[in-house]
Design a protein. Sequence first.
Length: 574
Amino acid sequence: MNALTVSTAISSGRVRLVSIRQQSLTVARMRVLWIALVFMIVASAAIVRIGVLGLTDRATIVTSLADALLPPRGELTDRNGAPLARAFPAYALWYNPEAMGDPKNPLVHDAAAVAAQLKAIFPDLDEDDVASRLAAGKKGYIQRRVLPEQANRVQAIGELALELPQEKDRHYPQGSMGAHVLGYVDAAGNGQVGMEQVLNDHLRDPATRGQPVALSIDLRAQGALEDELRRGMLSTNAMGAAGIVLDVDSGEVLALASLPEFDPNKIDAAGVDLMFNRVTNQVYELGSTFKPLTVAAAIDAGVVRDFSKRYQANRPLKIGRFSIRDSHTIGASLNVPEALIHSSNIVTATIADDLGPKRLRQTMIDLGMNERPYIELPAKGFPIWPGDNWPRLRNMTVSYGHGIAVTPLHLASAYAAMVNGGVWRPATMRKLAPGAAPKGRRVFKASTSYRMRQLLRMIAIYGTGKNADAAGFRVGGKTGSAEKPGAGGYRRSSLVSTFAAAFPMDKPRYVIIAMLDEPKGTTASSFQRTAAWNAAPIVGRLVPRIGPILGVRPDNTRDVDISDLRPLIPGGDE
C-alpha cells in the first residue's frame, strides 16, 4: 500500500467519525427536546388541573376547612354582643343493648338499679320509664346535653351499654329569656319558630357562620320586660302577657316578650304549646289605645283645631238601633284633652264622625293596620280588618278600638309614628348601623306629633295613666281595656288590658306596650280589671329599670311643655 492509499484511508475514517459524532449529537439534542416537550406537557396539565380545582372544588375545600375550624352553626348575640345562642360540643347518653354482644342480657346489673343510679345523676329523669326501657332492651337516647362531670358519673356505673357519644349541640345560655325572639333548633339542625328559622341558611353557611349575628334586642331590657310582665301576670291571675320596647326612630325592637314562655334548651310537648307569640301573631281589639290615633288623624286633617271646643258627653250616641256609651258619666261636655284623660268613647266617636270613615281608614292603612306586622319573625298575625267601605257605625267604633283587631306590634309601630315626628317605619329584629334606619313614610305632620306628645303626657299626669308616670322619665301613654269577643257577643268577664306608652315625652326615644290577657281583679290591682290598675303599673315599674340602661336618665327639671293645654282641664292650672 503506497502513501497515497494510506492517506486516503485515514481521511475517510475521519469523515466517518465526524459523521457519527454529529449523528450522536443530533440524537442527544432530539432526546433533550423530547424530554423538555414532555415536561412542558406534564407541567401544563398540572397547571390546568390546579386551575380546575381552584374553580370547581373551591367550595368543597372551603367547606372542609370550615367544618374543621368553625362551629356547626353561627352564634346569635344581643346588640351589645352578649351571647343568646351558640353551638358547642356536648355529650349524650345513649342506650346500646348490643354493646355486650348479648342483646338478651344487655346489662351487668339489674335494670331497676341502673335506673336508680341514673336518676341520681339526672334528677329530671322518669326512673320507672328508664327502668322499663333498659329491661326491654330498647335502643335510643336516655338524656341529651350531658355535662362532662355527669358523663364521668355515668361511666363510673360500669355499664358498657350506656354509651356517651359526643355531639354538636345548640345552647341558649340565657335559658327561656327571649325564647319567642330566638326560637330553637330541631334534631336535624334546622332553626324553628324565631330568628333561628329566619336566619337558618345564614347561620349554617360556612361562608358566614363564623361571624356572630347581632340582633336588635338588649338583653338587659329583655330581662326587665319579662320580669315585670310576669309579675303583673301572676299578681292579677292573667292567662298571659305580652310586651315590646321599640326604638321610635329606627324601628329596632329592644325587647319583645310573650308569656308564658318556653325553654329553647328543652323542647317538650308543654314547650310546643307555649310557642304562640302574642306580640306578633295574636290579634286583639286593643280598645281605648286607639283613641289618640283617632285624635291625631283629626288634628292632622284640621277637623280638631280648637282644643277648648266642647262635645256632648252625658248621654249615649244613638246610631240606628245601637248606642255608644261611656263606662260612667264623666260630665255634661268634654273638650279633647278631657276626653283623652277620662277616655270617653262618646267624644272620640263624635270626632271620628266629623273626620269621616275615608280619612280615618286611610290613616289606619298608613299605619299598617290592614296588613301583617312588618318584622322578620315568621309568625305574623293578619288583622281583623273592617274592609273597604266603612259605614258610619263601624267608623265610630274603630275610633275607640272596637271592630278592628291587630297585634300589639301594630300598636307599637303606630305609637312610634305618632310621637317621633309623624314617620312610620317597619319594626326590625336586626341591629341597625347608625344612620341605617329605613326612610319610612310620613303619616302625621310634625306639628300633630308634637300635640300628641302633649296630650299623652297629660293622660299620665292627670288621667288613667297615672300609675305609669315614673318620676323624672316624662312618661306619656294611653290605657285600653277591651272585652274579648265570644259566642253571641262580647264577654264582659274577659278583658284585654293594654297600656301603650312612650318616654321621655319631651324627646321620645322608646315606645312600650304592656298587655295582660284576661287579668282578674285582685288585691294587687285594687280589685280592678282595667288597664289603669294592672297594665299601667307594669310600665311605671319598667321605665325606671330600663331607662338608664338605654341612655335615658331621670330628670325632674325638664318636661314637655303643656302650659297651653293645662288650663283646659279642671285642676290643670294649679
